[in-house]
Design a protein. Sequence first.
Length: 264
Amino acid sequence: MKKQIIILLLFTFSVFAQETDSLKTEKIEIESGAINKKYNSDGKLENFSVEISAAYYGNLIFFNKEKDTIVIKNTIENDAVIKIYVKNQKKVSDFFYKGVLISSVELFDFKMGNLPSNSFIYSKILDNENYSYSSKNYSLKLPEGDYEKSYKLYLFLKTSENNVTIDLLFNEIADFFSQEDALLRIYLSKYRDKIQSESEEKITAYLTTDELGKIKSGILWTKKSPSSGQYQIYSDGKIIKSENIELTAFQKAFTSYINGKTNF
């Protein structure tokens, strides 16, 4: 009997040792923090966490795959949850607070006459590709609460968005947080603005729609020829200004429009 117990203990220890050896961990130091990655025996990323270390502040953000959804939580704002999934090969991000869906953003194909209803729409051209986003808030105003860091992560975490899979997104997020300046790109507004100004991104739409998907207010640039286009400003569902202009010049018109709006 004693011999059997010894054999069983040795077998258990052997299995445990094999499981431990099969799990690879990796830690990468970045500006104001670090990322900790865990891989399974096949070398596939299983989960990861991001440490934030700053003066008078520390936090730990956890990234896990649960079935076909990436779930993001942190230790400080434990009532806030970000969920990322794929619909029709396009990325969708949801933000929950205290179990309630607060906001959702997804990539969609922009087609006049078939726009998402009750949405804020933002469109851009980057690297000669068109991107349009539909954003919905599910209450008239954001709830009061402690979720600032989570909400910024929800808004500013950048990945591929079209022709994606959940595994691709999970690995891209891990790669993003392996960059030295990852946390700066999320949480430092001046740094974010600098990075965006250095990109070739060109804005083409900034709109709100009504319950029928009709444009309610905002500004829209539409390409009319290889070298030029037309922009229109909407208010209360009507076009109040229209002008022919090329895309680069429209960026200044867009900035002037946004700076002149107090309620959009």
